[in-house]
Design a protein around this ligand. Structure first.
Ligand code: AMP
Ligand code: MG
Length: 390
């Protein structure tokens, strides 16, 4: 059986970065910038006042100095003339500093009577002017690839980039398999349960920037599975849930291979999630996840998320592990890598009591997957362990 790392390497061979498309700036958040983009202007484009006050010559600024107010500069309305000796222009935040002036005395430091102002408080040395181009200058670039956050979108807007080149969203087809499953909202029979992983995985993958198509549930028959694979056509990644084990009703592997799937691997030395399979199916990558809800979600974090990131063209696709100290002891681990549901607090990390891979209530309470290497010995309170944040 291969390790998690080996499985990931094989999965990366099944996908490659997708092409770019342009989207309106307003839709760019959460997308991955596909090409470097450059500012088309300086910001600010002119020296601008950072305060409300009076624009004057710095050489004349001193306590008790008097000036004649000759006009006004407001944001969006420059004062069209020069400021001369002994003169001041009333100015507001964001307004261009008029020619001749190089200092803004804040209004709190000034007493005004009609057209005359007197500096009544020591104005200090800060000129309250933002130089042209202090934020960025024309040609300043934002480098690709990068995941565009809200802050990046604001910067792109300020650079006047209304259309943004981003990686196309990977299309994922999700196929739940099992005679026992019905969709949420449907009326389950007495021996049926609700398909849950499907929606957990859809949320996870869409949060990463994929477009997820939830296909109708496939029944545990060859014909139904073939139909589902047929509906998955056009996807970059086809993900099945369940039916990947060795039971009489676990048909996914056989059906996929019957449709020409070239298997890259089957089974990973990990817990939960051992019966994972993957391969290439036509133009798509295919991953068969185990059906147990926690196993499917853990595999989503460990394997599907990095595949999505790779298709988006990102560089650091494997989520970094973090370290914390145990607040409760751990028994020795077995021969498989174990991803334990765990909770974090300010003191450290503790594994949840029940690690059964069917318990979504435990997964929902967890903040982290505590990672145990194969054959990790028993651990005490205070020992450092690694974890993946959820
Ligand atoms: P399987 O891998 O098909 O043997 O399924 C293992 C367990 O996971 C069984 O108890 C299934 O009922 C359950 N299961 C499979 N698929 C899903 C799903 N989409 N949502 C919730 N439970 C599932
Ligand atoms: Mg099944």
């Amino acid at each position: 059986m291969i390790t998690v790392e080996e499985a990931r390497a094989l999965l990366f061979d099944l996908v490659s970065p997708l092409e770019a498309e342009e989207v309106p700036l307003a839709d760019a958040a959460g997308r991955v910038l596909a090409r470097d983009v450059a500012a088309t202007r300086d910001q600010p484009p002119f020296a601008a006042s950072s305060m409300d006050g009076y624009a004057v010559k710095s050489a004349e600024v001193e306590l008790h100095a008097m000036f004649k107010v000759i006009g006004e500069a407001a944001a969006g309305h420059a004062f069209g003339a020069r400021v001369g000796a002994g003169q001041a222009v009333r100015i507001f935040t964001g307004a261009p500093v008029p020619e001749g002036a190089d200092f803004v005395v804040i209004q709190e430091d000034v007493d005004r009577k009609g057209d005359l102002i007197t500096i009544t408080d020591a104005p200090g040395t800060k000129d309250n002017i933002r130089r042209a181009g202090v934020d960025f200058t024309k040609g300043t670039t934002i480098s690709a690839p990068s995941l565009l956050r809200a802050e990046d979108v604001a910067l792109l807007a300020s650079m006047n980039i209304p259309q943004v080149p981003v990686a196309r969203k990977p299309v994922v087809a999700l196929i739940s398999t099992g005679d026992e499953l019905v969709m949420p909202g449907d009326e389950p029979g007495p021996d049926q349960i609700i398909a849950s992983n499907t929606f957990g995985l859809k949320a996870l993958l869409e949060g990463l920037g994929a477009h997820v198509r939830v296909l109708p549930i496939a029944r545990d028959t060859v014909a139904s599975l073939e139909t589902a694979f047929g509906l998955a056509q056009g996807a970059n990644l086809v993900v099945t849930i369940g039916g990947a084990s060795v039971g009489d009703h676990d048909l996914v592997g056989d059906v996929a291979q019957g449709l020409g799937m070239e298997r890259a691997f089957y089974k990973v030395r990990m817990r939960p999630g051992k019966p994972l399979m993957a391969g290439r199916l036509g133009d798509a990558a295919m991953v068969g996840l185990p059906g147990n809800p926690v196993s499917a979600m853990v595999c989503g974090y460990l394997f599907l998320a990095p595949m999505i990131r790779r298709m988006l063209g990102l560089e650091d696709v494997v989520p970094p592990l973090r370290r914390a100290r145990l607040t409760a002891p751990l028994a020795a681990n077995g021969p498989r890598e174990h991803y334990m549901r765990a909770t974090l607090d300010e003191n450290g990390i503790a594994a949840c009591e029940d690690q059964d891979s069917s318990l979504l209530s435990v997964l929902a309470l967890a903040d982290a997957l505590l990672m145990r290497p194969p054959d990790d010995p028993a651990r005490d309170v205070g020992d450092e362990v690694t974890y993946l944040p959820l």
